[in-house]
Design a binder for this molecule. Structure first.
Ligand code: NOJ
Length: 530
């Protein structure tokens, strides 16, 4: 067996920097704020942090509209702050992964400013321009992820430009080699400053059909669903030429020592997702697997997903699991506070690298945002739908002081009414808290190679629970999760011969388990076998 790579054993922690820790009282988190909290990250026991964009940006999409790929927006600090952050993390053995946003720039980026000047501009072809359809309308039926047509008309030049997201986020033309070269140089800039990898934004969108064919209409679309579901993205995304780019990015990372990690943000079902590992695993190390986020919260449904994923993974391809991020409903809101603990156990015991979204370790729920405080452009463009992402982006509560220690000013989004009680300080002192559970799980995962690197196999039991084993070098750990609030009696076909090592309910810890296990409602246990 080859030596595992650092990121196979790692747990990645996602930081949404606007909402993590403010250091200057402007109500928005910043890099110096993250530096203040590195000891918390070390205490929690995460191995790497991925930080959402902090580059210069007009913030039309809160930093996912980049106006300069090699700088820091003054709102977040300076390059010196960044260097301090890298050093502070590395001193504690924590790696740093940046968010790379290559599919589109800001419309304020000098490249786009040049491109839109005229059809003859040197950088015109860095973006995607098309003539209007014969009726003067958009060139095809592609729909923006933010709602409406994905084409914006540029009056002066009489052409449309393509934007998979907001009109302020024009898509780059990745078929142009000059675009590739410029973007790879941006990667090198950060690699030289010591970053350990990148999470690549909307990787599966980066290449579009060369003929710009219409996407097929989605016959299952129902009124009220987000606009982008009106079509099936057959031609506007997930094109085969994408792999070549992912492999080129990987080669850029490999110019540097130390196993720099390439993660891809890819919202696709597992059968398509696995293509992004590339031939001989030479493309993305970890294509993010988001499918658990919409799986029915039932033992059979979750087991089916895990097995379907395991079945299509290429040999040596390492799994990825995600239960939350800044774009999706908080897990604690989706499954409820009691199940959020079980979900944490699931996330941290499946085979593969888990990514944990900041605040989920506190059991934070979606925070209701009054209409006058909505900030997310997706929410503003589609009012009254659940498309706004502010509720999952609210500030981290650190203690019981004003605004829970997040800022001395007015926070850019409100904190939840229950956040003082859910704050880090409140939970650090409570061994029964979800924070204490998350930390214990991270600690056990580090100590127990069967959990971090072991094989996965379902365990057949009587009783409606999710049960699986992780094994490595003769060690076997069995995880049993009750996904319902009612108690369950579980019977194993063969005596397990073990003890409860960790439970969501401390009363069970140390209990001897042979052929039968009594689980409380909403309880999950990890059993170390003899
Ligand atoms: C995915 C990011 O996670 C999301 O927040 C952003 O709006 C889009 N990509 C566009 O960059």
């Amino acid at each position: 067996m080859s030596e595992p790579r650092w990121w196979q054993k790692a747990v990645i922690y996602q930081i949404y920097p606007r909402s993590f820790q403010d250091s200057d009282g402007d109500g928005v988190g910043d890099l110096a704020g993250i530096v203040r909290r590195v000891d918390y990250l070390a205490w929690l026991g995460v191995d790497a942090v991925w930080i959402c964009p902090f580059y210069p940006s007009p913030m039309a999409d809160f930093g996912y509209d980049v106006a300069d790929y090699v700088g820091i927006d003054p709102l977040f600090g300076t390059l010196a702050d960044f260097d301090r952050l890298v050093a502070a993390l590395h001193e504690r053995g924590i790696r740093i992964i940046l968010d790379f946003v290559p599919n589109h720039t800001s419309d304020q980026h000098p490249w786009f400013q040049d491109a839109r000047r005229s059809r003859e501009s040197p950088r015109r072809d860095w973006y995607i321009w098309r003539d209007p359809a014969p009726d003067g309308g958009p060139p095809n039926n592609w729909v923006s992820q933010a709602g409406g047509s994905a084409w914006a008309f540029d009056e002066p030049s009489g052409q449309y430009y393509y934007h998979a997201f907001l009109a302020q986020q024009p898509d780059l033309n990745w078929r142009n080699p000059d675009v590739r070269a410029a973007m790879y140089d941006a990667l090198r800039f950060w690699l030289e400053r010591g970053v350990d990898g990148f999470r690549v934004d909307v990787l599966w969108h980066m290449i579009k059909d060369a003929q710009f064919r219409d996407d097929p209409v989605n016959p299952d679309y129902r009124e009220g669903e987000p606009d982008f579901r009106r079509v099936r993205a057959r031609y506007s995304a997930d094109q085969p030429e994408m792999l070549e780019i992912a492999m080129e990015m990987r080669r850029v990372l490999e110019e540097y020592p130390g196993e720099r990690l390439l993660i891809g943000e890819i919202y696709l079902p597992v059968e398509r997702l696995v293509a992004y590992y590339g031939p001989d695993l030479g493309a993305v190390h970890l294509p993010f697997n988001f499918n658990l986020m919409w799986q029915r919260w039932r033992p059979d449904a979750i087991m089916r997903l895990v097995q379907a994923y395991e079945a299509v993974l290429p040999v040596g391809g390492w799994p990825s699991w995600v239960l939350g991020n800044h774009d999706q409903m908080r897990i604690a809101s989706r499954v409820g506070p009691a199940q959020a603990r079980v979900a944490m156990m699931l996330l941290l015991t499946l085979r593969g690298t888990p990514t944990l979204y900041n605040g989920d370790e506190l059991g934070i729920e979606n925070v209701p945002i009054p209409p006058e405080r909505v900030r997310d452009p997706f929410g503003i463009r589609q009012p009254g739908t659940d498309q706004g992402r502010d509720p999952q982006r609210t500030p981290m509560p650190w203690d019981r002081t004003a605004h829970c220690g997040f800022t001395t000013g007015e926070p850019w989004l409100p904190l939840g009414a229950d956040h003082a009680g859910r704050s880090v300080a409140a939970q650090q002192g409570d061994p029964g808290s979800i924070l204490a559970l998350a930390r214990a799980l991270l600690d056990l995962r580090r100590r127990e190679p069967a959990l971090s690197l072991g094989d996965f196999a379902p365990v057949t039991v009587e009783g409606d629970v999710l049960a699986y084993a992780r094994t490595r070098d003769g060690r076997r750990v069995v995880v049993v999760l009750n996904l319902e609030p009612v108690p369950k009696t579980v019977r194993f076909s063969e005596p397990l011969g073990g003890r409860v090592e960790l439970s969501t309910d401390s009363a069970s810890v140390g209990r001897r388990i042979d052929d039968r296990l009594e689980l409380a409602g909403d309880e999950g246990v990890i059993i170390a076998t003899d």
